[in-house]
Design a protein around this ligand. Structure first.
Ligand SMILES: [Zn+2]
Length: 332
């Protein structure tokens, strides 16, 4: 689970021993139209790709529909609903068995179990006196079968405290549902768009020969701090330290405070409900930088102050690779 803690916690362990030389984070600016029609507000999303000849119309599975509907409805936190279990059961295995991972589904699972633990504790307190989520203090004092007022007060305080904890955990679990579905959809669409790229990203090795994970995240807000008004669809993060590829270096942290990542893996950040072409584009950057790191470092040095951060200067090979994967071609 350590990889999925908020990034500022990772730095504490990483910053001490990871030397770094250079990092490149490439952002996709948005000259082209977004290619996903986002119908999230109508609860059942249809993800339609409109910019290529063979249209892919993504029909969300029942598990996705159910869990999205659940994420958006008013429900009783003290009544367990199984749509999250079904979603996790179906999709979590992909992230557990492949190198490309849905970072948001890991968060979802973590916070879901935290919520379930609190729910169990809350029900243990509530059940003996048939307390419900909406039970008021007044109703409890009127109806509870406890002897003294002091006992009632103590009992009520215990329930109320646990109920507040439940509310907090319930909302932090629910806010991870939409990003988790969003990332999963982007990954499914990416594989449909360019399976060869997916396959090659699923077998990368780190410099110490360990498998190199690529974690995909979706973000409600994605912005580059130094470019205040730029809207970006995606961001890929790779940094090569002396003996390791990582998405967690001090340089990245300074440039993008708050972005999630891991010490021993690469990361891609998308906006909510981006499509497979956008993800292929970001993976194209990573693919290029992974194989041609040294070449790219000398490109940056050669460019000097003319280098355009983000990887899309006129002759930037990282940007060219990303455009190629966007068009379904391997960069090399
Ligand atoms: Zn790009």
């Amino acid at each position: 689970m350590q990889n999925y803690l908020p990034i500022y916690k990772i730095w504490l362990s990483g910053i001490l021993f990871l030397g770094w030389n250079v990092f490149v984070a490439s952002a996709q600016l948005l000259p082209r139209q977004p290619t996903v029609v986002n119908h999230i507000d109508s609860i059942v999303p249809r993800f339609i790709k409109s910019n290529i000849e063979d249209q892919i119309i993504f029909e969300p599975t029942r598990e996705m529909d159910d869990v999205l509907r659940y994420a958006r409805s008013t429900v009783d936190p003290m009544k367990r609903n199984l749509s999250t279990d079904q979603f996790l059961r179906r999709y979590l295995p992909y992230s557990q068995t492949r190198l490309m991972k849905n970072g948001d589904i890991a968060y979802l699972e973590f916070y879901y179990h935290k919520y379930l633990t609190t729910l169990k504790e809350c029900l243990a307190i509530a059940n003996p006196h048939n307390l419900e989520f909406i039970t008021s203090r007044r109703a409890f004092f009127k109806n509870a079968s406890l002897e003294t007022r002091k006992e009632k007060r103590r009992y009520w305080r215990k329930f109320d405290t646990k109920r507040n904890e439940l509310i907090t955990n319930f909302f932090s679990f629910r806010e991870h549902i939409i990003p988790a579905v969003s990332t999963e959809v982007a990954m499914i669409l990416q594989e449909e768009h360019f399976p060869e790229l997916t396959a090659s990203m699923n077998k990368l090795q780190n410099l110490d020969k360990s498998p190199l994970e690529v974690t995909i995240y979706s973000n409600r807000i994605l912005a580059i701090p130094e470019k205040k008004n730029a809207t970006i669809a995606g961001l890929s993060i790779i940094s090569k330290c002396e003996d390791i590829f990582t998405s967690g270096s001090p340089a990245v942290r300074n440039a993008y405070p708050g972005l999630r990542g891991s010490n021993k893996g690469l990361a891609v950040h998308l906006r909510l409900f981006e499509d497979g072409v956008t993800l292929s584009h970001e993976l194209g950057h990573l693919y290029y930088l992974y194989y041609k790191w040294e070449e790219y470092v000398s490109y940056i040095r050669r460019k000097g102050k003319d280098y355009e951060p983000g990887g899309h200067g006129p002759d930037d090979p990282s940007g060219l690779a990303a455009r190629m994967t966007e068009n379904g071609q391997m960069p090399f």
